[in-house]
Ligand binder design. Structure first.
Ligand SMILES: N[C@@H](CCC(=O)N[C@@H](CS)C(=O)NCC(=O)O)C(=O)O
Length: 278
């Protein structure tokens, strides 16, 4: 199937251009001597729109439920906000969660995304990919899409470094465990070096895959912001200092108008420190 798609690439590009901008724009692109890259971008845009239209009808309502923290839902909140997709940002507290946990099947965890009040999707990365699809941030090119997924899945490696520390009751012991993870040459540095290499290799202009916004950018942004937000006691706010590509990525995504607008009213708390850039 892929082989067919690839061998029909020119036809796909031409028909996508026709669908997106009409025959005129395709011809104009040629007439103006546009590079094949710009024509491919046009076809990518079209494929994303087609994919968003997809087999399932476009949703009428979306309700994203999670705790008040950024945590595992923020990347989807950002993807929807950046794509201009309206959604109910349902932030629950522990008591509300306790009352609903039993009904959240099969995983019994948050986040969940309810679509049109009839369909529920769980698992933060699946939710992000779905939101990215709706918002047009999933690259149409299968390799770029896989790269973006590679990044999303890899962010779990950052989270899992800290998960055992949440079970430590004694606050001093908890901090000590995190200091150990974050020490020079420690596990966090080792992990972040891999992300630095990824962004340096596959990203451009501050983006993580190619030179435009893709769904993985929201995942990487969220977790690098979390690291420098002060939310995790014991994690120094300087942990990104050795990683210029990750810092540039954070600045690039945090400076997008839609991301800035999302945090515009945050004046205190961890979002104001870690996610909202000056
Ligand atoms: N693999 C899941 C993990 C979800 C998860 O661990 N959720 C936590 C919050 S971050 C949760 O629901 N905790 C409450 C509970 O398990 O009762 C995902 O990525 O969505």
């Amino acid at each position: 199937m892929f082989r067919n798609v690839l061998s029909n690439r020119s036809a796909v590009v031409a028909s996508a251009a026709v669908l997106c901008g009409g025959v005129g724009s395709y011809k104009t692109a040629h007439a103006q001597g546009s590079t094949s890259e710009s024509i491919h971008k046009l076809s990518d845009r079209c494929a994303r729109l087609e994919r968003a239209a997809g087999v399932s009808p476009a949703p009428i309502s979306l309700k994203l439920t999670y705790f008040g923290l950024p945590g595992r839902a923020e990347m989807s909140r950002l993807a929807l906000a950046a794509g201009g997709i309206p959604f109910e940002d349902n932030r629950v507290d522990g008591k509300e969660w306790g009352a609903m946990k039993e009904s959240v099947k099969p995983w019994g965890q948050l986040p969940i995304l309810e679509i049109d009040g009839t369909t529920t999707i769980s698992q933060s990365c699946a939710i992000l990919r779905y939101c990215g699809n709706l918002a047009g941030f999933v690259p149409a090119d299968p390799i770029a899409e896989a790269r973006s997924n590679e990044l999303i899945d890899a962010t779990e490696d950052i989270i899992k470094l800290f998960i055992p520390s949440f079970a430590i009751k004694d606050p001093a012991e908890k901090v000590a465990a995190r200091v150990e993870i974050c020490k020079d040459g420690g596990k966090l540095e080792e992990t972040l070096a891999k992300f630095e290499a990824f962004v340096t290799t596959y990203g451009n202009d501050g983006f993580s895959v190619g030179s435009s916004l893709t769904v993985g950018d929201f995942a990487l942004y969220n977790w690098t912001c979390m690291l420098v937000s002060g939310w995790l006691d014991g994690v120094p706010l300087t942990v990104l200092n050795k990683f210029p590509a990750l810092q540039k990525h954070r600045q690039t995504i945090g400076s997008l108008p839609a991301v800035k607008a999302f945090y515009a009213n945050e004046t205190e708390g961890i979002r104001a420190v870690g996610w909202k850039l000056d």
